[in-house]
Design a protein around this ligand. Structure first.
Ligand SMILES: *Cc1c(COP(=O)(O)O)cnc(C)c1O
Length: 388
């Protein structure tokens, strides 16, 4: 894992004549030119240079360079949020008549995009189940342009075999788009399996402290050129301030992920068998249904543990209300441990049937395991479960 850390720390925007050590914030809407000829040349892409912060900005470019390094990508574009990155990328690559094959357990707003927004422009979709890979090939049609997945999924923690999917997309000449938000490039690099575009909500582990929204898409120069054209002219640019925060955060991403994963594994191991729980789900627990796959494609198990509380919604609510330290909020990937009840919050807009199809039962509680002392996290969870 250590081979990834240096670039995330040392790739920096060019130093100014002040020789500052930490990169300054470039809070400027536009950039000036020496003369009219330079302005013409920069606009014509004959000379490199900044133009306008909707197009690019030194802080934003630094974040993109680091993410390209971590995700082994040629180029990228940063967005104001993760959804900006998903909409901006798919909007750029898809046309009327195209079909998307997506895993059923996509993020809630991605589901809205596929089911309620893209159909307005004649873009259709089919959902495939992570648990039934044998069905995926039959769901590909002549109109299928791309495959969109998340692994591990939110909040079901379903995994998809990236090596298998990389071969399937190759065989059918499709684009493979991976939302790598849960794993981060520290735990898995989808480009190793042939992913064409990797998307992130930087709001989660990349920020890591619950401060700012951000998103990014990275991939080949050719695909990013299309994404950049679409995004530059539709306006979802990431602010320089948020880019500065996110770029600084990348310096500690690897360290933080190791600790999130260490705490999550300890929590999952300690809670497995708790009499108030039906099940504890964590990719690196041997009881996890896709344990072998998790070990094969993830360097560590991730920072999310899900708990199936016995007694459904009422019991899950009591567990959450009994917690004394953990925060009740919908974000994840924070230094602070967070609990979320997906069925009544993040996934409440789905039908009961849609929720159950992706493992979101009434008793499911998602725990984003933070960086507090594991003893304190565990004590909080155990006392809350003891009083359910
Ligand atoms: C949060 C999240 C998003 C959306 O990101 P925002 O920054 O909130 O827009 C997309 N995908 C996954 C997997 C997420 O967890």
């Amino acid at each position: 894992m250590s081979d990834n850390t240096t670039g995330a720390i040392r790739l920096q925007a060019q130093q100014s004549h002040y020789r500052e050590h930490s990169v300054p914030l470039y809070l400027t809407s536009s950039f000036t030119f020496e003369d009219a000829e330079q302005a013409r040349a920069v606009f014509a892409d004959e000379e490199p240079g900044q133009v306008y912060s909707r197009y690019g900005n030194p802080n934003v470019d630094e974040l993109i360079r680091k993410m390209c390094f971590l995700e082994k990508a040629e180029d990228g574009f940063a967005f104001a949020s993760g959804m900006g990155a998903i909409f901006g990328s798919l909007g750029a690559l898809l046309q009327s008549g195209d079909h998307v094959l997506a895993c059923r357990s996509v993020f809630g707003s991605t589901h809205q995009l596929l089911t309620n927004i893209f159909p307005k422009w004649g873009i259709t979709y089919t959902y495939a189940d992570a648990a039934k890979p044998e069905e995926w090939e039959d769901l590909i049609t002549p109109a299928t342009k791309l495959i969109l997945i998340e692994t591990p999924s939110n909040p079901g923690l379903e995994l998809i075999d990236l090596a298998w999917l990389g071969e399937l997309k190759q065989k059918h000449n499709l684009l493979l788009v991976v939302d790598n938000c849960f794993a981060t490039p520290v735990l898995q690099t989808p480009a190793d399996y042939g992913a064409d575009l990797v998307l992130h909500s930087a709001t989660k582990y990349i920020d890591g402290q619950g401060r700012v929204l951000g998103g990014i898409a990275v991939g080949s120069k050719e695909l990013i050129a299309q994404v950049r054209f679409f995004a530059r002219h539709t306006g979802p640019a990431l602010s320089a301030f948020n880019a500065w925060i996110l770029s600084k955060s990348l310096e500690t991403l690897s360290l933080r992920m190791e600790k999130h994963c260490e705490n999550a594994l300890k929590l999952a191991e300690a809670l497995e068998g708790n009499p108030a729980l039906e099940k504890v789900n964590y990719p690196f627990l041997p009881s996890f249904p896709q344990y072998e796959l998790a070990k094969k494609q993830m360097r560590l198990g991730g920072g999310i543990v899900t708990l199936q509380v016995k007694g459904g919604y009422e019991a899950a609510k009591r567990f959450i209300d009994n917690l004394q330290m953990a925060s009740i909020t919908s974000n994840l990937g924070d230094t602070r441990t967070i609990v979320t009840h997906p069925a009544s919050t993040t996934h409440s807009k789905l039908t009961e049937e849609e929720r159950l199809a992706t493992g979101i039962t009434p008793g499911l509680v998602r725990v984003s395991v933070g960086l507090e002392s594991i003893n304190d996290i565990l004590a909080d969870m155990q006392q809350a479960l003891g009083r359910v």
